[in-house]
Write a protein that binds this ligand. Sequence first.
Ligand code: FAD
Length: 437
Amino acid sequence: MMNKKFDVVIVGTGAAGLFCALSLPQDKKILCISKDALDGSDSFLAQGGICMLRDDNDYASYFEDTMRAGHYENRKESVEIMIKSSQQIIHDLEGYGVEFEKENGEFVFTKEGAHSDNRILFHADVTGREITGKLLARAQERENITLMDYTTMVDWVCKDNVCYGIVVADEDGKTEAIEADVTVLACGGLGGVYKHSTNYRHISGDALALALYHNVRLENCDYVQIHPTTLYTKQSGRSFLISESVRGEGAVLRDKNGERFTDELQPRDVVSNAIFAKMKEQGTEHVWLDFSPIPKEEILSHFPNIYKHCTEAGFNPLETWVPVVPAQHYFMGGIYVDKDSKTTMEQLYAIGETSCNGVHGRNRLASNSLLESLVFAKRAAADIMTVSEYKKAADFDNLVNLEDYADLHGIMEKYHAMVVQEIKEEARLRSLKEEAI
Ligand SMILES: Cc1cc2nc3c(=O)[nH]c(=O)nc-3n(C[C@H](O)[C@H](O)[C@H](O)COP(=O)(O)OP(=O)(O)OC[C@H]3O[C@@H](n4cnc5c(N)ncnc54)[C@H](O)[C@@H]3O)c2cc1C
């Protein structure tokens, strides 16, 4: 299948995985794998944008907005690191060829729910594709980075709480063990285990199941964000997101009688709850999003992808209200990591949505996740380089019995069930705890 030994193996080719790979020195032999196509990641779907600290005067307000959205359960140290690193990260992205909206050479900033100021950089309504597509192109140019699509991590190779690599399966179900000094989990969220989600179906929390299985610490697995506005449809499959910046630019929510019923720019959980309550009260399956307060030219230039998608679904936002419903969108919890993205297992890092470094607390502030993914991916790369000699397994081949993975389908189903069970159990325990207070 492949040369089996790498310095670093990175599981996931979204923004986090690719940025980590590019942040490592070019003399490191790196393997990046994706369960799906290399561009089949949620990072490619990001519409709204990426936050950046505009200047020192905005620091306190950006910090407070992030904490308030997270119900003040955020790890303050992580929030501080993220905000203070944001300008350097945007500089790095521009170095990789990423383009953001500018006017007369200056960044244009937009706003989304729960932000008290405009501090979001964007590229039309396809910011994720612009960022991640450029990162992927740069990674493909690097001789030290091997990229493999349709390759699924099915297990870790570990012993005595040290990780020595992973077991992968190709599209035909052929399995193989890959040895690496360091393993980085960049597997995204868990939307694939939900019926209605904006995430790709294959992004289903596999790394979380492995963490449970191998006793690696998890945190806040019940902190799952529901996005207030996805296009309502009776069809199954991935839900199409209508970015929060549409509301940031003025769009309003209306009930079945055409009445506004909430402040559209509150944190996502608050707006989602208001929509659910209204749907229940009125016995409807959706509410409406009214784009009419946004100038026509703004809709066409800032939201061309959303305009096209809604129109194709039969709802031209320039002419009619668009039916919207909340859906699973983002995972604030994950594999517990420290400020350098280290998990509780040696030689194992976690970055991006799969990890929990505490930036988001109980609820993510819009457009903080791409930034958080990139900041802590770069920190992981820096931390990996601080160790000159990693532990090697004396008996690597004997640590794995590939016959254990014969029923791949059954294994993946079991992983999904474990993730669902963990979300429910953490939610149950938390509500007991909160009732007791
Ligand atoms: C529709 C949508 C819009 C969004 N808009 C924004 C926005 O405007 N701003 C913002 O900041 N954030 C936004 N987000 C959130 C943001 O895109 C994600 O949180 C972020 O991109 C996560 O990046 P990641 O690299 O951690 O994971 P992902 O980009 O999801 O990548 C996960 C990778 O892991 C791979 N993988 C998973 N399991 C396995 C396995 N078992 N074996 C091998 N590979 C595996 C996948 O194939 C994929 O390559 C949005 C998300 C969605 C879904």
